[in-house]
Design a protein around this ligand. Structure first.
Ligand SMILES: [Mg+2]
Length: 358
């Protein structure tokens, strides 16, 4: 991802983009990154020069605004698929033919203040209302913040843009539990330095991604509401997961987690299906036909409730959970049980293949 300068109408977008870097996304930064990160910023934020040299870099999405011409040009140089611009009703009104043309050259989305929302949505020359997201009403953070709602809004807009630019009908995806499934179970993992991908996880993810399946992490992180660690810690660990996966050639399509305790009665904690539904909406997935891999029966139950199929892996708590299966009178029964993610990936691919043949 790439964006232009830190000042003016796009300052809020700049802060949110820096928040994305804190979430482990690779952000190419044109301008002075030091202004948002006095200490230099995370390793996922790279300052790049302006001008044609930008063509040496590539990015999926170009961030900027409110001028679509400069953003579209930058997007063209980095071979971006989408553009997300911070807009306001006044700037859109001033767009000429060139501006409107530039807006239409890339799959473009807008993020705007609520006050401008009605104005822009009523303007027939403005962006498609389907491609407008609103900034949260509480205003921007004072410094880049992975936990801030602005960062969340921008991350989801980017994911929605990519999924819709890709086009086609909603497709199956693979939801993945984190602890004990993808990474070594540590018991309330909160230190990024302790994150360790399980053996074989990378190869399995490669297989799934090569088959065109989006991989989305769905995690219960009740340690937050239990007071064991702050919310920011979850993002730090998730950022490490993104960075480690990327180093192995895997770009995770999405990460969703629930910070609540079981007794909070929320709908997002697995086996609640809310996070799957949100991911399906953001990434254009069909839940019926999707899979979830996890080391607990609640992972299996979550996806089955949503109409998909669940795989129990024997890593993490999986072996223990498998033992409870035999005596259980009720509860989720996995569609498949195997040793690890490699086995899960092989089964998922074989299942999809035989469905295609049928
Ligand atoms: Mg687990």
């Amino acid at each position: 991802m790439q964006r232009r300068s830190v000042e003016g109408a796009v300052g809020r977008l700049a802060l949110a983009a820096a928040g994305l870097a804190l979430r482990g996304h690779e952000v190419l930064w044109q301008g002075e990154g030091g202004r948002v990160f006095p200490e230099g910023g995370p390793a996922t934020l790279h300052e790049v020069p302006r001008g044609l040299g930008l063509a040496r870099h590539s990015a999926d999405i170009v961030l900027g605004g409110p001028d679509p011409i400069g953003a579209a040009l930058a997007g063209w140089l980095v071979r971006a698929r989408c553009m997300v611009l911070a807009l306001d009703a006044d700037s859109v009104r001033r767009w000429g033919h060139a501006g409107r043309g530039a807006w239409n050259t890339l799959h473009a989305w807008a993020v705007i203040d609520e006050a401008d929302g009605a104005l822009l949505q009523a303007d027939p020359r403005g962006p498609d209302p389907e491609r407008i997201a609103l900034w949260p009403p509480q205003g921007p953070p004072t410094a880049p913040d992975a936990t801030h709602p602005d960062t969340e809004v921008l991350e989801r807009v980017c994911e929605r843009a990519l999924a819709r630019q890709r086009g086609g009908a909603p497709r199956a995806g693979v939801f993945m539990d984190r602890d004990g499934t993808l990474v070594v179970e540590r018991g309330y993992l909160s230190d990024p330095a302790e994150l360790e991908l399980l053996p074989g996880a990378v190869a399995a993810l490669h297989e799934l991604k090569a088959a065109g399946l989006p991989v989305i992490v769905i995690s219960n992180q009740s340690g937050v509401e239990r007071g064991l660690f702050p919310l920011s810690r979850v993002y730090e660990v998730m950022a490490r997961l993104r960075v480690e996966s990327r180093a192995a050639g895997i770009e995770l399509d999405g990460i969703y987690f629930c910070p609540h305790r079981p007794e909070d009665g929320c709908v997002c904690r697995k086996p609640g299906t809310r996070l799957l539904e949100r991911a399906a909406e953001d990434h254009l997935l069909t839940l019926r036909g999707s899979f979830m891999v996890g080391d607990k029966l609640l992972d299996v139950e979550t996806v089955q409730r949503a109409g998909g199929r669940g795989v129990l892996v024997r890593s993490g708590y999986g072996r223990e959970q498998e033992r409870t299966l035999a005596g259980a009178l009720r509860g989720a029964v996995p569609d498949h049980v195997c040793d690890d993610l490699a086995g899960a990936s092989a089964w998922i691919l074989a299942t999809l293949e035989s469905a295609e043949e049928a």
